[in-house]
Design a binder for this molecule. Structure first.
Ligand code: SF4
Ligand code: MG
Length: 338
């Protein structure tokens, strides 16, 4: 069976005054219907760029895109702007960290949700308003038939985030891209929004790409996980595989820099030393080598000269020169001392 969304060898390069920024540099993944793929990485790892590319939101004059993106069998990279317009909001939609950026301050919440619905369904104003109230009810806005006439500034941050979710889901999209949608919220509201997304996914069977820098969020929501570093995927697998048995030093580092999911919160954490790579001049060889605690364990300076290949078998793989046996021993030691 064909995956619902399939991304093949995607490359997204931007022309800037300083040179070519290789924001995404050879990325492949699939998602099935109703599944959640968590994409995790630091800022600048290419996760947001990947998803804006799926939605077709880059300036074509300054962006060079190669590869293939198939949504339900349809190629998106060669699709016309008209086709993409039809797909956006309808078959695929997106929620962001900042609801204020996707809601207009000049129109009521209800009007904005209704407009998206009318654009894609041709419904009457009356039908669309009823639909907006229905969606606000579904995302848990109290008194939806009254609040539908509020402006975004009359909503709290958490309510705006819910309204944005209502707007994203108003046309029953089959793919929802969620880019750090809870990062700006306090922990309680964050948990409520995560629960809401899970419920809505159950109800609508939506496939979700969940982008985050937070492995705790991944642990909560993802089925499969893709770890990005410097525009590439360095590790992928099921959530259990990636979080329970990481195979890449970067993933191991991320896990060590977050509180244990079920452990005490006050254990000292060890952030990964160094900073994310330049995408103008990425490090040679393995892009992680300047920060990797294990680079010198690989013979012949291979880490700084040869780029490791991501080999994926049954959805599981990592891109690292360490031998499997060597890695198991080194990671066990690392865990013991960290
Ligand atoms: Fe570290 Fe080398 Fe593996 Fe890269 S290839 S993650 S530098 S050990
Ligand atoms: Mg981002």
């Amino acid at each position: 069976q064909q995956p619902f969304l399939s991304v093949r060898d995607l490359k997204v390069h931007f022309s800037t005054e300083d040179g070519i920024v290789k924001a995404v540099d050879g990325l492949s993944f699939d998602i099935a219907r109703g599944q959640t793929l968590g994409i995790v990485g630091e800022s600048g790892s290419g996760k947001s760029v990947t998803n804006l590319t799926i939605l077709g939101l880059h300036d074509p004059a300054r962006t060079r895109i190669d590869g293939e993106i198939l949504l339900d069998g349809q190629e998106l990279l060669t699709a016309s702007e008209r086709t993409l317009e039809k797909l956006r909001g309808n078959k695929m939609s997106m929620i962001f960290q900042d609801a204020l950026a996707s809601l207009s301050p000049y129109h009521t919440i209800g009007t904005q949700i209704a407009e998206v619905y009318r654009k894609h369904t041709g419904a009457s104003k009356k039908e669309a308003r009823a639909r907006a109230i229905e969606m606000l009810t579904r995302v848990g806005i109290p008194q939806p038939d009254v609040r539908v006439d509020d402006y975004p500034h009359q909503f709290s941050g958490g309510m705006r985030q819910r309204a944005m979710i209502a707007m994203a889901l108003v046309c029953d999209p089959e793919l929802l891209i969620a880019d750090e949608p809870t990062t700006a919220l306090d922990v309680t509201v964050q948990a409520q929004i995560m629960d809401l997304l899970k419920d809505l996914q159950q109800e609508f069977g939506t496939a979700i790409i969940f982008i985050t820098h937070d492995l705790g969020v991944i642990a909560d929501i993802a089925d499969d996980v893709l770890v990005m570093y410097g525009g590439r995927c360095v590790e992928r697998g099921t959530k259990k595989q990636v979080l329970g048995n990481p195979q890449h030093p970067y993933t191991l580092g991320l896990l060590n820099s977050m509180p244990a999911l079920d452990g005490p919160v006050d254990v000292p954490l060890s952030p990964i030393p160094g900073s994310p790579p330049s995408l103008l001049n990425p490090p040679t060889g393995c892009r992680f080598h300047p920060r990797c605690a294990f680079a010198e364990k690989v013979a012949g300076g291979k880490c700084s000269s040869a780029q490791p290949v991501l080999e994926v078998i049954d959805g599981r793989g990592s891109a690292c020169h360490l031998e499997t046996s060597q890695r198991d021993a080194l990671f066990a030691d690392y865990a013991a001392t960290a």
